[in-house]
Design a protein around this ligand. Structure first.
Ligand code: ADP
Ligand code: MG
Length: 321
């Protein structure tokens, strides 16, 4: 449904987006990840027709953003960064305005506005000026505007940025609900979002794609993938315990970190392709250690993210925020 072909954007001598290509199919939620300044918003602005690419094209359901800009915009719902709206209008007025701009009139417009209001639970504030609404409600107004025409494609730029945990959860649930029927692209710099809502992740830094795969493939890149996290209450020397853990034949390395009063956390990384949970468990039992936590780790996504966005020679010095 979305086919991005070698999109490039220059601002003067500065290349913000550099030869990006990817596809998104129906039912997919693509997480578009990257540190600040990576080129996420610029890419989304090109796909949605806000700015023209310097080079390349994007096809939306087979139509080019360059050749059929209006038809493409009819198929896309777009939530720009920060969910801009007219602060003096109420959500009711704003959504009717958007309906009119999109060419809906009469009962058709009323039905579309009411459906959007219901979908994002805006009922309680529809007649208050947008300026007076909380951040969470303002974001929902932006979402309502984006889904008003029930588009096949949804492009959302940092939809959960700046929201509190409950509001983040609500927005993620909404995205998941809509995912089946649409092709969705969500940009974020929050890694937990990838596992929470995305079926696929693309990581970009300095305008280039550095990773394209599933959230699980992303986790598997972590050196902590399948490592055992062991939290012990102990007065013993951490290095002595670490040495014992290191004797396990399936262990490749062991690290530890202080975790509070008499608490030490150990990370036991297994050799490739083997499980080490039982071995650690048995060692803990035979040594009568007081185990506070024992579990297998998915991986540490922030470690992978840092690794991917800073190890490429093109992306040296990228700062995480
Ligand atoms: N209109 C513009 N003029 C000049 N530089 C821009 C403009 N828009 C974005 N940039 C630059 O392009 C890079 C990518 O920006 P952006 O796409 O907003 O990144 P992200 O959304 O990933 O944080 C940044 O270095 C930004 O400063
Ligand atoms: Mg941005």
């Amino acid at each position: 449904m979305i086919n991005i072909e070698k999109l490039t954007k220059d601002f003067g001598p500065f290349r913000a987006v550099d030869d990006i290509s990817f596809e998104v199919k129906k039912g997919e939620v693509l997480g578009f990840l990257g540190p600040n300044g990576a080129g996420k918003s610029t890419t989304m602005k090109m796909i949605t027709g806000f700015i023209t690419p310097t080079k390349g094209d994007a096809k939306i359901c087979g139509e080019s953003i360059l050749d059929a800009p209006i038809s493409v915009k009819q198929k896309i719902g777009y939530l720009p960064e920060g969910a801009p709206a007219y602060p003096d209008m109420t959500p009711f007025e704003f959504l009717h305005f958007i309906a009119e701009i999109r060419g809906f009139t009469g009962e058709d417009a009323n039905v579309k506005v009411n459906n959007a209001i219901k979908k994002v639970n805006l009922e309680s504030v529809i007649h208050k000026p947008i300026d007076n609404l909380s951040k969470g409600f303002k974001r929902r107004v932006g979402l309502a505007q984006a889904i008003l025409h029930d588009p096949e494609i949804l492009i959302m730029d940092e939809p959960t940025d700046g929201l509190d945990p409950n509001q983040k959860h609500e927005v993620r649930e909404l995205i998941k609900q809509m995912a089946k029927e649409k092709a969705i692209v969500v940009s974020t710099h929050i890694l937990e979002e990838v596992h929470a809502v995305c079926s696929r992740a693309i990581i970009i830094a300095q305008g280039k794609i550095l990773f394209d795969g599933t959230p699980d493939e992303l986790s598997a890149r972590s050196s902590f993938h399948n490592a055992v996290n062991l939290l012990l209450e102990t007065k013993d020397d951490a290095l002595a315990i670490e040495a014992k853990l290191n004797t396990l034949s399936h262990a490749s390395s062991v690290e530890h970190a202080a975790a509070g009063d008499n608490l030490i956390r150990f990370f036991v990384k297994p050799k490739k392709g083997v499980s080490i949970l039982n071995d650690v468990n048995e060692l803990a039992a035979s040594n009568h250690w007081t185990v506070k936590e024992l579990h297998v780790m998915e991986g540490q996504l922030d470690e992978v993210f840092r690794d991917i966005t800073t190890s490429s020679s093109d992306a040296k010095g990228v700062q995480l925020t």
